[in-house]
Design a protein around this ligand. Structure first.
Ligand code: DCP
Ligand code: CA
Ligand code: CA
Length: 626
C-alpha cells in the first residue's frame, strides 16, 4: 500500500527522463539504415514472428503496438523492419541496451542526484543546480535561451501553437514569479541542455517531465513524446489532476483504483478533493488515506535516491504457444541457463560495484489441466540468495518445485510453463571497514551482507537456515528445504562463490579484522589467547559457533575473559573474549539487552543478572535457535 512521505518544506526541482522507443534507438544507432524507417525490436523466438518489445515512432503511426507479434505488425505496416534482440544462451541478451542506458545515465548524473529507475529512465534532483543558476545566471540574464528549452510544453500556458515559443520565453524569464517558479524555470533550461548533450554524445533522444516532485515529473514525461519535455508549474497542478484518470497513477492501477471508482465514484485524481483526510483514512487506513489526500493535491515527498545502479537483476524467458515447457527436466535446463546469466551479473556487480544481492526470486507463468481453478497463477517464490552458479541453480529449482506444488495443489495434473524468470534483489553495498558487529553477523549468517541489521536480530526468521517462501505478500518458513551455511570451496572454479568459499570467507574476515573493533578482534584470541591468530581460525570459530543450537555465556578469569561455553560435545571449544579489548563503539551498535549484558561484564558492579534473561549474547550469536 502506498505511504505518504513527509514533503520537504524547501522547493525542489525534479526531472523524470525517459528514453524514446529505447531498444529501437539502440538498434538504429547500430544500423543507421534503420533510421527514419518503421522499426520494431522483437523477442528472440520465432512463434508468430516473435513478440514486439519496442516499437519505433514511425511504426506507431501505422498502429503497430507492443502487444502485437511480428506477423501482426507486418500486416499493419508491411514495410516494418523487425530486429531481433541479441541472443545469448538461447535467450535475449540485454547487455547492449543496459550499457547504452548507462551511457545516458553518465551524462544525466552530472547535474545532480540521479536515480536510475529502469533500463531507460532516471529521476534527477536538480534543486541545487537550479539554485546555483538562479544566483549566477538567471534566465532573464542569459544572452539566449537554448532552443530546446523554448520548445518545452509548459502546462497551463496558452496552447496557441504560433505563440508557443514566445510564451515559453516569457514564462522562463518571469521577473515577478515566486522563488519556486523561478527555480522550475532554471530546471527547465538545465534539462533541455542535458537532453541536447545526450543526443550529441549518444545519438539518442529522450523525453522529460520537470516538476516539484517525482510523482508530477513522472506524470509529465510521457505527455509529449518523442524528444520533448513537459513542465508542471505548481499553478497547473489542480487542472492536471482534475483530468487525470485514477488508473493512470501507477499505484492506482489495481484494486485501490478500482475501489475508488466503484465505491466512491472517483474517476479522476482531482475527484479525491471531495473527501477529507479523515474520511479517506477511515476508508483506506491511515497511511493510504493520507497518501490519497496528498496526491489529490499533487503533494509527494518521495526523495530522488542517489543510485546509478539498478535495484535488482532479473532474467527471464517466455515459452509461448507450442513452446511451453511441460517437463521438469526442460524447466531445469532453462532455469540453469537463466541462473547462469543471473550469477554472472550479480558477480560482476559485486566485483565492479562492491554490492551483494540478498534475495533470489523465481517467477513463472503456467497453465494446467484443471477445470476447478484454471486461472490460478503460479506463485512467485523467494529465498536467501547464495552466491555461486550451481547454488543459484539448485535453489531456483527448489523454488520452482515449491511453486509448482502450490500451483497444482498437490494434484497430479498436466501442466505447462509459458514463462520463467529469476531475479536477485535486496542489493546492498558492502560497507567499508564497518565496525558493526551486527553487519558482520548478518553477513556470515545469511551468506550476504546487509546494512539493515534488523534482519539478524533475535526473533527474526533465520535466513541462513530456513528457506523463506513468499506467496503474495505473506511469508512463511519452509522447513523441507534447508539452505545450510556452507564452508566448502565452490565446486565450479569458473564461478567464484564470494560469500561462501573458504578463500572468500578469509577475504571477508580479513576485511573485517582490519576494521577497528569488529567482533573478530575479540574472538581472535581463542583458546590460544593469541590475538594475531589467523583469519582462517576466526572464520572457523564463527562458523562453528553458528552451528550450535544452544549455548551459554559466563564470566571467567576474574572478569578478564568472557567464556562462551558451548553445550555441544562435538564442538566443545571455548570462546575467550578479552573484556579489556571490547571497543565501546561496537557495544553501542548492539541491541539494548545485549549492550546491558556486555556493560555488565565491563563494569561488573553494574551487572544485571543475565543468567535469567532469555536473550544473552551467546543466545544472540547462535543462529540455530529453534
Ligand atoms: N521493454 C521490454 N518489455 C516490455 C517493456 C519494455 O523489453 N514489456 C524494453 C524495450 C523498451 C525499453 O524496455 O525499449 C523501455 O521501455 P519503455 O516502456 O520506456 O518503452 P520505449 O522506450 O520502447 O518507448 P517509449 O518511447 O514509449 O518510452
Ligand atoms: Ca522509454
Ligand atoms: Ca521507460
Amino acid at each position: 500500500m502506498p505511504v505518504a512521505r513527509p514533503e520537504s518544506q524547501e522547493p525542489r526541482v525534479i526531472a523524470h527522463v525517459d528514453m524514446d522507443c529505447f531498444y529501437v534507438q539502440v538498434e538504429q544507432r547500430r544500423n543507421p539504415d534503420l533510421r527514419g524507417v518503421p522499426t520494431a525490436v522483437v523477442q528472440y523466438n520465432s512463434w508468430k514472428g516473435g513478440g514486439l518489445i519496442a516499437v519505433g515512432y514511425e511504426a506507431r503511426k501505422f498502429g503497430v503496438k507492443r502487444s502485437m507479434r511480428g506477423d501482426e505488425a507486418k500486416r499493419a505496416c508491411p514495410d516494418i523492419q523487425l530486429v531481433q534482440v541479441p541472443v545469448a544462451r538461447g535467450k535475449a541478451d540485454l547487455n547492449l541496451y543496459r550499457s547504452a542506458g548507462s551511457e545516458v545515465v553518465a551524462i544525466l548524473s552530472t547535474k545532480g542526484k540521479c536515480e536510475r529507475a529502469s533500463i531507460d529512465e532516471v529521476y534527477l534532483d536538480l534543486t541545487d543546480a537550479a539554485k546555483s543558476m538562479l544566483l549566477e545566471s538567471p534566465p532573464e540574464m542569459l544572452d539566449s535561451i537554448p532552443e530546446e528549452a523554448l520548445k518545452s510544453h509548459v502546462l497551463g500556458l496558452s496552447s496557441d501553437e504560433n505563440k508557443g515559443e514566445e510564451d515559453v520565453r516569457k514564462w522562463l524569464c518571469q521577473p515577478n514569479a515566486d522563488y519556486q517558479a523561478k527555480l522550475l524555470a532554471c530546471g527547465t533550461i538545465i534539462v533541455a541542455e542535458l537532453r541536447v548533450r545526450v543526443l550529441q554524445e549518444t545519438k539518442f533522444t529522450c523525453s522529460a517531465g520537470i516538476a516539484h516532485n517525482k510523482m508530477l515529473a513522472k506524470l509529465a514525461s510521457p505527455m509529449h513524446k518523442p524528444a520533448q519535455q513537459t513542465v508542471v508549474p505548481a499553478t497547473s497542478v489542480p487542472d492536471l489532476l482534475a483530468s487525470l484518470p485514477v488508473k493512470k497513477m501507477k499505484q492506482l492501477g489495481g484494486k485501490l483504483g478500482s475501489s475508488l471508482q466503484d465505491d466512491l465514484g472517483v474517476n479522476t485524481v482531482g475527484d479525491l478533493l471531495k473527501f477529507s483526510e479523515q474520511k479517506l483514512q477511515d476508508l483506506y487506513g491511515i497511511n493510504t488515506g493520507t497518501w490519497l489526500w496528498k496526491i489529490a493535491r499533487g503533494i509527494s515527498g518521495d526523495e530522488v535516491e542517489d543510485r546509478l545502479l539498478p535495484k535488482s537483476h532479473g532474467c527471464g524467458k517466455t515459452f509461448p504457444g507450442p513452446m511451453a515447457l511441460k517437463t521438469t527436466s526442460s524447466v531445469k535446463q532453462w532455469l540453469n541457463q537463466l541462473c547462469e546469466e543471473l550469477s554472472e551479473r550479480i558477480q560482476s556487480d559485486l566485483d565492479q560495484n562492491k554490492r551483494v544481492a540478498q534475495t533470489l526470486t523465481l517467477h513463472a507463468r503456467a497453465f494446467k489441466e484443471d477445470e476447478v481453478d484454471p486461472l490460478k497463477k503460479f506463485p512467485s517464490k523467494s529465498c536467501p540468495l547464495r552466491y555461486g552458479t550451481s547454488k543459484i541453480q539448485e535453489d531456483a529449482m527448489h523454488l520452482f518445485e515449491l511453486g509448482l506444488g502450490d500451483f497444482l495443489n498437490s494434484k497430479n495434473l498436466g501442466w505447462g510453463i509459458t514463462s520463467l524468470a529469476v531475479g536477485a534483489s535486496k542489493i546492498v553495498d558492502i560497507p567499508n571497514g564497518t565496525t558493526s558487529i551486527l553487519k558482520y553477523l548478518t553477513e556470515k549468517r545469511t551468506s550476504c551482507n546487509s546494512s539493515d541489521c534488523s534482519d539478524a536480530l533475535p526473533g527474526e526468521p533465520d535466513h541462513a537456515t530456513s528457506l523463506i517462501c513468499q506467496k503474495d505478500a505473506d511469508t512463511k518458513s519452509y522447513k523441507g528445504h534447508e539452505v545450510p551455511l556452507e564452508s566448502k570451496v565452490e565446486e565450479n572454479p569458473k564461478t567464484k562463490a564470494p560469500r561462501e568459499s573458504a578463500s572468500d570467507s578469509k577475504r571477508l574476515s580479513d576485511r573485517d579484522a582490519n576494521a577497528k573493533g569488529t567482533i573478530l578482534r575479540y574472538f581472535s584470541g581463542g583458546s590460544s589467547s593469541n590475538q594475531s591468530s589467523t583469519s582462517k581460525v576466526e572464520t572457523t570459530q564463527i562458523e562453528e559457533q553458528e552451528r550450535i543450537s544452544s549455548s551459554t555465556a559466563s564470566i571467567s578469569n576474574s572478569h578478564q575473559n568472557l567464556n562462551l561455553n558451548q553445550n555441544n560435545n562435538a564442538l566443545s571449544e571455548n570462546w575467550i573474549i578479552n573484556i579489556e579489548e571490547i571497543d565501546p563503539s561496537v557495544v553501542d551498535e548492539l541491541p539494548l539487552e545485549i549492550q546491558r549484558e556486555i556493560r555488565g561484564w565491563i563494569h561488573p558492579s553494574k551487572r544485571i543478572n543475565t543468567a535469567k534473561r532469555g536473550s544473552t549474547i551467546a543466545h544472540y550469536f547462535s543462529p540455530a535457535r529453534k
